[in-house]
Every structure is written in C-alpha cells, then in structure tokens.
Ligand binder design. Structure first.
Ligand code: PLP
Ligand SMILES: N[C@@H](CCOP(=O)(O)O)C(=O)O
Length: 480
C-alpha cells in the first residue's frame, strides 16, 4: 500500500516510512492511495475472531511492508487481557472492547462500546499501545532513534507516555495546555519520572500545542536533524489502529452483515470519527456516523451549515469535557480530502485559507451536495446537558459515564432510528473527570486499583510559552 498526502505535493511512501515520518513534508496528512474493500462474506468470516486476529485481518491490508508473521506477533503482543482487561481472561474480541448495552430507546438498542479499559483509562490506549510496539519494531529495523513531539488536551499525552515508557530509542516531548486538564489527567502525565519522557506545560490551549507540533514538523531540516516523529492522530498509524474497533463493535452488535449499525463519536480532533469514516469507506455497513461536540462546536457547525470556521485560541472554551476543547480539528482535513474527490491541490487551498482567513465555506460548492453519501450527522452538548445525561444514565441504567461519553449519549439520543442499533464510543472512564461526576451525582467516581494516590505523587513538568523556538531549543537541549 502506498500513502499520499492530503495536500498532493509529497512523494508517496510505504506504511513504515509514514509511521516514523508523521506529518507529510508538504504539511498534509497521509491517507492510503485507496481504501481496501471488504465484502459482506469476508466480514461475516471475521465473526468470533480474537481482537488481535481481527486487527491482523484489517491491518495486513494497510501495513504490507511488515511481514505477516511479524505483524501477527506484534498484534498478539499488544491486544492482551493483561493490558486491556485488568488481567481478566480475554478469549474473544468481546473481552477487549465489550459492548455495554444500556437498553432500548425509541425502538432501538443503545449501547456503549467500551474502549477505556487500557492503562490510562481512555480510548487512546487502543491505538497507542500498538504504536509503541510498532515504533520499537520499525526503529530496530531501521537502526534509528525517534524523538516524539506530541500535543495533548489530556488523554493522548498519558496514553503515549505509558506506551513509550522503556521503549528503546524513543524520547517523548509532550505539550499540554497548562491548567486546562483535570487534576487526574495532569497527575497521570506529570507523575512519570522516566528519563525518556518530558512534559512541557504550555501557556495556551490544545490548538496552540498542536500548531507548535505542526510548525516543528514543517521545519524539514530541524525534523530530519532531530528525528522528530509524532503520536497524535495526525500519524496515520493512530487512525488505522482505531479503525479496528469499529469493525469489532459492528460484529458484536449484529448477527449478519446485512444489518446496519450507527456510531456516535465524542469528537475534538476528529481522529476517532475519521477512523469510523475509513471503516465505512471500506464497506462496513454503518448507517450514520454521528459527530458529538461539546461547547467547542466547530465540527457540528460544519455538518449543519457547510461552513468551517476554526476558532482562535481565545475563543476556545474551557469545558467539563476538556479533552474535546479543540477548535482546529487536524483530521478533518482527511475527510475534506475525500469530500474533494481526493484532490490535493483543492484541499491544500482550503487549509491555506484556514490559516489566512480562519476557515472556508463549502455551502454553495457542488461537493456539499455529495455530503449525504458519507453518512455524517452531528450535534452539540453543553455542561448542563452533560450533567443531566450523567444523572439520567445513572438513574435509568445504573451506569456511571464520563463527561465526554455523556456528550456522546446526549447527541446519540437525537439521532436514534428504530431498528438500527446505536453504539456510543465510550472514550474515557469517569474517574478522569471526578470533579464533574461529583457535581452530577453527589458521590465520587470509582477509582481503579493502584491509581488511588496518583494525585499526591511528586510531579515533573516544565512550564514553557506557546512559542515554537522555545520548544525547539528545549528539544535540542534534551535529545540524546
Ligand atoms: C476522552 C476523549 N473523548 C473524546 C476525544 C475526542 O477524540 P478525537 O480528538 O479523536 O476527535 C478525546 C480526545 O481526543 C478524548 O480524550
Ligand atoms: N483529545 C486529545 C487531543 C487530540 O489528540 P489526538 O492525538 O487524538 O489527535 C487528548 O486528549 O490529548
């Protein structure tokens, strides 16, 4: 499989090349040259596979420069009960990411696809643990080192750091928005004392951190000299690993591939729902992909109006679903590339317009009329909605959900269709946002064993301005 840039001006590369490279040299994001098509018969033949073996069926279509036996071994090493089920036996896919059915509403079943039982209690672990193993494998093969520069609004950071701990040849520089994450999220990252992990708390919002990652990656001589890579969902490796659980969720929710399922995805950087879009482009029978935003509703606005209006940092609100406090969604560029019939020049022009004019308007463009075929729907949720949904799901079903998942459930309920099961992606566990859970339920969220004292551990973090040159100097001073 060859990979092309969404901006149409980079040479095509193989999976392992783009895995280590991250952002394309022309500033675009990589996508495969075509989406492999899965027939209904093939899909049915995957029923009952373990999560690792299902992952193999999907990833072998995309990672054809990794020998089959190595890929299967990497996947079996990654998707284990020990990592994802707190040691419970995991004999089937169901055990790694089970569906927690809530009940029947408006003539259909609504359930949570549980993705947050990995080491850092958020869906990021599903792809990040694999990325850690893939990096180790690729670096060993190439005899290289990698200095990862990442940006987080709270969950990517800890998932990446846990996945890269102790990985030979890998150093992590993680930018986080100072004071904008929950106390638990900050503690998960800042309490790590590993010598290959550096946490930099940036005076700004997530978008400032992500802009710095892109600016550093776009300085090609600096990137090459310092072997800069990325773990954010701008890296195709993250997105493709997230495609797997859409297949798995579909297979667990259906008995035959003639059935359809809808997914609702709490969204910020559009990485998670972009993986759903790719699964759908491969032929997975998804009826709707519902994009759920919080008060930072750029994506909801686009799907409702055709106008993409990225907000400035000062307009980005600090909310109680802080991991989605994002106003410039990176992966949205991947969807727009498909919407523009994979025209790299047209996509580049639109995203240059985002930088120069703050957005673009496709409402009168002929491509807007083709939107329906991609199956997107959207909605937004506020603090009030979040609190009400957490209370309602607790009272009605006896289940405590986190604030992001609550945004998902609130929006999913606006898009239920009789006879089509709705799966809401559960993107984090409630303990990560315990202040809001306490506000909603008047009682604390459950804390998994071993993490009770995390907030009182000593923290190691460096404050830094939202300034590209300061970040570059820090990297040059600390790379091996
Ligand atoms: C808990 C949680 N929910 C939802 C999201 C949004 O996902 P995405 O950025 O892939 O749209 C994130 C961050 O990515 C998150 O950490
Ligand atoms: N919500 C994320 C930020 C987006 O990260 P990505 O790696 O998925 O692009 C976070 O919690 O850090």
């Amino acid at each position: 499989m060859r990979y092309q840039s969404t901006r149409g001006n980079s040479p095509q590369q193989s999976f392992l090349e783009i895995l280590l490279g991250g952002l394309a040299p022309d500033g675009g994001l990589y996508l495969p040259s075509h989406y492999p098509q899965i027939s209904k018969a093939q899909l049915d033949s995957w029923r009952g596979l373990s999560y690792a073996d299902l992952a193999y069926e999907i990833l072998s279509l995309y990672c054809d420069d990794i020998p089959d036996t190595d890929l299967r071994a990497l996947l079996r090493k990654t998707y284990t009960a020990q990592v994802y089920c707190n040691g419970r036996a995991a004999d089937s896919a169901q055990d790694i990411t089970p569906i927690h059915w809530l009940g029947e509403e408006q003539g259909t079943r609504i359930g949570l696809l549980s993705l947050s039982n990995g080491p850092t209690l958020a869906f990021k672990d599903m792809a990040m643990q694999l990325l850690g193993n893939l990096f180790e494998y690729a670096l060993k093969r190439a005899g290289q080192q990698l200095n990862i520069l990442g940006a987080t609004s709270g969950d990517t950071g800890s998932a990446a750091e846990y996945a890269m701990r102790g990985k030979e040849g890998v150093t992590v520089f993680m930018l986080s928005p100072r004071g904008k994450m929950s106390a638990f999220q900050s503690a998960q990252m800042y309490s790590l004392q590993d010598p290959n992990i550096f946490n930099l708390a940036v005076g700004g919002v997530f978008d400032d951190c992500q802009d710095i990652v892109k600016a550093v990656s776009n300085d090609l001589p600096f990137k090459a000299k310092n072997q800069i890579g990325t773990v954010n969902s701008i890296n195709w490796g993250r997105v493709v690993a997230q495609v797997i659980y859409y297949f798995q969720g579909y297979l667990l929710a259906t008995k035959s591939s003639n059935e359809k399922v809808s997914f609702t995805v709490p969204s910020g950087n559009f990485g998670n729902v972009c993986a759903g879009h790719i699964a759908r482009m491969m032929g997975l029978p998804i009826e709707h992909l519902v994009v759920a935003t919080n008060e930072n509703d750029v994506l909801d606005e686009f799907y409702k109006t055709g106008v993409y209006r990225a907000r400035k940092s000062a307009e980005t609100l600090h909310t109680s679903s802080p991991s989605m406090d994002i106003s410039k969604a990176s992966n949205f560029e991947r969807f727009i590339f498909d919407l523009m019939s994979q025209d790299g020049q047209a996509t580049a022009k639109l995203f240059q317009q985002v930088e120069s004019q703050g957005g673009f308007d496709l409402s009168k463009d002929s491509v807007y009329k083709t939107m329906a075929k991609y199956g997107f729907r959207s909605g937004r949720s506020t603090h009030e909605n979040r609190i009400a949904t957490i209370q309602d799901i607790d009272q009605r079903y006896g289940v405590v959900i986190d604030t992001h998942t609550a945004d998902g459930v609130k929006v999913a309920r606006e898009h239920l269709q009789a006879g089509i099961p709705m799966l809401v992606l559960e993107t984090a566990l409630p303990i990560k946002f315990e202040e809001t859970i306490l506000e909603a339920l008047g009682r604390p969220a459950d804390c998994p064993k071993g993490l009770e004292g995390i907030k009182s551990l000593p923290q190691r973090v460096v404050n830094i301005d939202a300034d590209v040159s300061q970040v570059k100097s820090f990297i040059t001073d600390h790379v091996n």
